[in-house]
Design a protein around this ligand. Structure first.
Ligand code: NAD
Ligand code: IPM
Ligand code: MN
Length: 362
């Protein structure tokens, strides 16, 4: 079989510190299971590149990435030098849109050995997947500021949802729910207050649910959904959400499992017309950059999701995924941990411990 081509984009801040540990794990697993990987590192999609070129990426970025099987991505953003909306709309959000990565799959799981900030919760009580719509919704460039500088100044920004966009998100989420033991789906809504688009989403979900008689589903207004993530996380299995709701839920969920430094994500183009992108949920964390204290596990776990995706959820990629997740479990149970988990180990030390487990088959 031919080798899998992976674009490696570390980006900014701790993206540069966790990427080497992610690659260490990915390469250890690839070696153990005989997966041939071809890694192509790109220095662009970073605020340093912006400082030199006045843009985040070269004009031919899409051509450079189109032949890749996946993109392994660290984090982008350095707000002291480039405004966040410029750096993110110039890189990550472009990838998601132009490569039609309309699913953002974000697992949330409480691991054995990790102190839970919620009282009385044990592993198994928090184990769900946020399925975030990743190309539409509140993330638009439609709108503007009018009458600027006058007393009549107003700002308008539209949210856009397409029928195709809602249906494909819901179909993916219901399929996923159907494949899991609990067979449950929760829809994040706000159809009481956002009285046009959200009742429409409720109706789309109702229509899709009719095709999945084996899946139990419910809907929660986003405010109480956030509260239930904290108070009753065991209620959740698959959580479908629009772009902004999903963004917020996918930091909140991981926070209830001890740290956002664990949370991975898969930005998927399920049809495989374009490369999918795998990255931690967290950002570039300028406040801790350069200290070798960032938790590399979100990056490592994202690498596992990538290898699984490369071989379609079976074979060597699946085995590599499982070995990486087992190594994460082992290290979280009794290995070194970074300060966000109450430890004093460095990024590198945790990465090396994980890679040793992967290589050793432990
Ligand atoms: P952030 O996720 O970078 O950091 C939030 C907090 O969590 C910080 O206190 C940080 O130190 C901590 N943290 C994050 N990752 C950690 C890890 N692996 N280990 C330990 N602690 C960790 O969010 P922010 O501060 O809102 O944003 C910082 C920059 O990152 C901004 O430029 C923002 O736009 C960007 N950002 C990028 C992405 C991305 O590339 N996908 C995601 C979120 C934020
Ligand atoms: C994420 C991030 C991005 C988002 C930002 C950096 C634009 O927070 O991947 O969760 O909002 O999607
Ligand atoms: Mn986010």
């Amino acid at each position: 079989p031919r080798s899998h081509r992976i674009a490696v984009i570390a980006g900014d801040g701790i993206g540069r510190e966790v990427m080497p540990e992610g690659l260490r794990a990915v390469q250890a697993a690839a070696t153990r299971f005989g997966l041939a990987l071809e890694l192509h590192a790109f220095e662009w999609a970073s605020c340093e590149y912006y400082a030199q070129h006045g843009q985040m990426m070269p004009d031919d970025w899409k051509a450079q990435l189109s032949g890749m099987d996946a993109i392994y991505f660290g984090a982008v953003g350095w707000p002291d030098t480039v405004p966040d909306h410029v750096s993110l709309w110039g890189s990550l959000l472009k990838f998601r849109r132009e490569f039609d990565q309309y699913i953002n799959l974000r697992p949330v799981r409480l691991f054995d050995g990790v102190p839970c900030p919620l009282a009385g919760k044990k592993p198994g009580d928090i184990d769900y997947l946020v399925v975030r719509e990743n190309t539409e919704g509140e993330y638009t460039a439609l709108g503007g500021v009018m009458f600027e500088g006058t007393e009549r100044e107003i700002v308008v920004q539209e949210s856009v949802y397409s029928r195709v966009g809602a249906e494909r998100l819901l179909k993916y989420a219901f399929d996923l729910a159907q494949s899991r033991p609990k067979k449950h789906l929760s829809l994040a809504t706000k159809s009481n207050g956002i009285a046009i688009s959200m009742p429409w989403w409720d109706r789309q979900a109702e229509a899709m649910a009719a095709h999945y008689p084996g899946v139990a589903w419910d809907k929660h207004h986003i405010d109480i959904l956030a509260a239930r993530f904290v108070l009753q996380p065991e209620r959740f299995d698959v959580v479908a959400a629009t772009n902004l709701f999903g963004d917020i839920l996918s930091d909140l969920g991981p926070a209830t499992t001890g740290t956002i430094g664990l949370a991975p994500s898969a930005n998927l183009n399920p049809e495989r017309q374009f490369p999918s992108l795998f990255e931690p949920v967290h950002g570039s964390a300028p406040d801790i950059y350069g200290k070798n204290i960032a938790n590399p596990i979100a990056m490592v776990w994202s690498g596992a999701l990538m290898l699984d995706h490369l071989t379609g959820g079976q074979g060597a990629g699946r085995a590599a995924h499982d070995a990486i997740v087992s190594a994460i479990e082992a290290v979280l149970r009794s290995g070194p941990r970074t300060p966000d988990l109450g430890g004093s180990a460095g990024t590198t030390e945790v990465g090396e411990a994980i890679a040793r487990h992967i290589a050793g088959g432990a």
